[in-house]
Design a protein around this ligand. Structure first.
Ligand code: CUA
Length: 146
């Protein structure tokens, strides 16, 4: 094996090791989580907010053309929300700004993500999947108060 080949292989190995360590550090240290699709849960029909315990909430969202129909959501800072998302008609997206929540609302399925809102403020929600002529007005907001 040529010396240059060996050096390039070593560089490639080191770069892969650095990326692997970065992924582990982000996942463990910053709580970065991959959203999941729940198969054993029946898709729900209505948007509902449940309070589980102090600071723990469960939010069911049904995306429909062209709105998230959930009631105004106002939660205290530090709240942890288990978010369940379904669709009543077509494919929709669900991205909560300033968080890592980025889900697809797929008819007949339930997507899941957990998010903690540390800072007070408005967290806009947008549909990021083209879903028809009203797509651009499909927005929502989660308000976090002190
Ligand atoms: Cu819903 Cu785009």
């Amino acid at each position: 094996m040529e010396r240059t080949e060996r050096v390039m292989l070593w560089i490639g190995g080191v770069v892969m090791a650095v990326f692997f360590v970065a992924v582990v550090v982000l996942a463990a240290g910053f709580g970065v989580d991959v959203p999941g699709c729940i198969t054993e849960m029946k898709p729900f029909e209505r948007d509902t907010l449940f309070q589980r315990t102090d600071g723990r909430y469960e939010l069911h969202v049904v995306a429909r053309m062209w709105a998230y129909q959930m009631p105004p959501v106002e939660l205290p800072a530090g709240s942890e929300v288990d978010l369940y998302l379904s669709s009543g008609d077509v494919l929709h997206g669900f991205h909560i700004d300033r968080t890592n929540v980025n889900l697809m609302a797929i008819p007949g399925t339930v997507a899941y993500a957990r998010v903690r809102f540390k800072e007070p403020g408005d967290y806009p929600i947008i549909c990021h999947e083209y879903c028809g002529v009203g797509h651009q007005q499909m927005v929502g907001v989660i308000r976090i108060v002190q």
